[in-house]
Design a protein around this ligand. Structure first.
Ligand code: ATP
Length: 449
């Protein structure tokens, strides 16, 4: 009887705890990592650090002076190879971050090359290595697959033109910063998650003091719902041509303004004079390249030339491009590769062939092409983001419904600037579906241009 009651008193709570942890591991990996994974990883790291670095080839022989000190001051006969010095260890709800000071003879690429071995040695989901400053690297370990269920970290970077759009596999936010990377291209096959990416971007941009301009030649099926927050929208190639012409005129007028004030960038202008930044969102860029007649061909050539001009010069005038499509190669027609070269931020979702992955990343981050071809179809929204530094990372957007994105645009409608040159393209605000009435009227704030 006593045995039975002891078993009941001790076994039941133990079984409950084990069951709870097993449930948390699957359903709430963040909680499981914080309660179990992180303490275990910390201990494992502390106990095995030196031997792991040794077997991973990340140790160097100490300098002669140091070897002399070890022998004569510390009175140790054997002089062991030294691993990088651990400067800081920080745990988080997604992983563990360790800052290392590299000894002479080791460089960040040595640690990057060993990241897969380190991951296995410490039993974590991934190890990403980032150079934080010369001589220092940060090991960003994640305890579980953070991209399976995306939860954006807080606080995230902020700035006048920064939008957190997705989560990186190292647990940090992937931030679209237009001042660092002014123009970008997003590629992906059908159902790969391009629209979700655009939705997150628009929802973030809607809250900033920027003019959003849309070109969606699929008759506006994607962008029409964001109309309350759009300063201009074109839904046919004819309208797109006129809108691009107006944008180029706007850019030229802004250059006149820069020249009047003797500055080379809108951000150098005084606050009261600076024109509002403009972000042009082009959905399914291939639609702009399609031609049926000779007349269409002329219009296409004009539009592509205008887009290339914007790509080459508009950054200084505060006009940024965000282009999206399924493919973007020379097969689209004249000017496609010249335009692509201007779009230096790249996000490539699952694609149908290696060639498309190469179109997206081959010219800026060749190592990332393989990563794109291995994106599984059961993880829509997973993408590879690269930039001209050659660096790349896997990212995934949080889920955001079209209704929620449209509601954010409607809530932020009062932030919609009226850019006079783009006024003829101002979209008609549609009746909100199911609301039984119109969405709040747009209250334009006067443009300063
Ligand atoms: N980050 C994500 N997390 C979860 N589900 C996602 C994510 N991104 C996309 N999805 C889902 O995948 C499906 C396709 O997404 P989306 O419409 O964004 O793809 P797309 O590339 O724009 O497709 P298409 O070109 O056919 O319009 C949708 O059902 C969407 O809900």
């Amino acid at each position: 009887m006593t045995d039975l009651s002891t078993l009941w008193e001790v076994g039941l709570p133990l079984a409950g705890t084990a069951g709870g942890l097993g449930y948390a591991k699957v359903r709430a990996p963040r909680v499981f990592w914080s309660l179990v994974g992180l303490p275990v990883a910390r201990v494992r790291f502390a106990v095995t650090y030196r031997s792991t670095m040794d077997v991973c080839g990340l140790t160097v022989q100490p300098s002669r002076l140091r070897a002399f000190m070890i022998r004569n001051v510390a009175r140790r006969a054997d002089v062991q190879p030294m691993p990088p010095k651990v400067r800081r260890v920080r745990g988080s709800s997604t992983g563990l971050r360790v800052t290392l000071r590299l000894p002479a003879g080791l460089e960040p690429s040595d640690v990057m090359a060993a990241s897969e071995r380190l991951r296995h040695a410490w039993g974590v989901h991934s190890v990403n290595v980032a150079e934080v400053k010369p001589g220092f690297v940060e090991l960003r370990m994640t305890g579980y697959d953070v991209l399976r269920r995306v939860k954006m970290p807080r606080p995230v970077a902020s700035g006048p033109m920064t939008v957190p759009v997705a989560l990186r596999e190292d647990g940090t936010a992937f931030v679209r910063d237009y001042l660092k990377v002014p123009h970008a291209l997003t590629l992906g096959a059908n159902q790969s998650g391009k629209s979700m990416y655009q939705r997150n971007l628009i929802a973030g941009l809607a809250r900033l003091r920027v003019a959003l301009v849309g070109i969606d030649c699929k008759r506006g099926v994607e962008q029409q719902r964001y109309a309350p927050r759009l300063s201009a929208l074109a839904i046919t190639p004819e309208e797109a041509s006129g809108l691009l012409e107006a944008l180029v005129e706007e850019m030229e007028a802004r250059f006149d303004l820069l020249s009047e004030h003797g500055v080379s960038d809108v951000w150098e202008l005084p606050d009261g004079v600076r024109p509002v930044p403009v972000v042009l969102l082009v959905d399914e860029v291939a639609e702009l390249f399609l031609v049926a007649t000779k007349k269409d061909e002329e219009r296409r050539d004009r539009m592509v030339t205008q887009l290339i001009r914007l790509g080459q010069m508009a950054r200084a005038a505060g006009i940024f491009l965000e282009v999206c499509g399924q493919r973007f190669g020379s097969d689209l027609g004249k000017g496609a590769t010249a335009l692509r070269a201007q779009l230096t931020g790249r996000v490539v979702h699952r694609v149908n062939d290696k060639q498309t992955a190469e179109m997206g990343l081959g010219d800026i981050a060749p190592d990332a092409v393989m990563a794109v071809t291995s994106i599984p179809p059961d993880l829509p929204g997973l993408a590879v983001a690269g930039d001209t530094s050659g660096g790349w990372s896997r990212i995934r957007t949080p889920e955001l419904s079209t209704a929620d994105a449209a509601a954010i645009c409607a809530d932020c409608a009062h932030l919609t600037p009226n850019v006079p040159r783009l006024a003829p393209f101002r979209p008609v605000v549609p009746i909100a579906a199911g609301s039984g009435g119109p969405v709040p009227l747009v209250k334009p704030i006067p443009a300063t241009s």
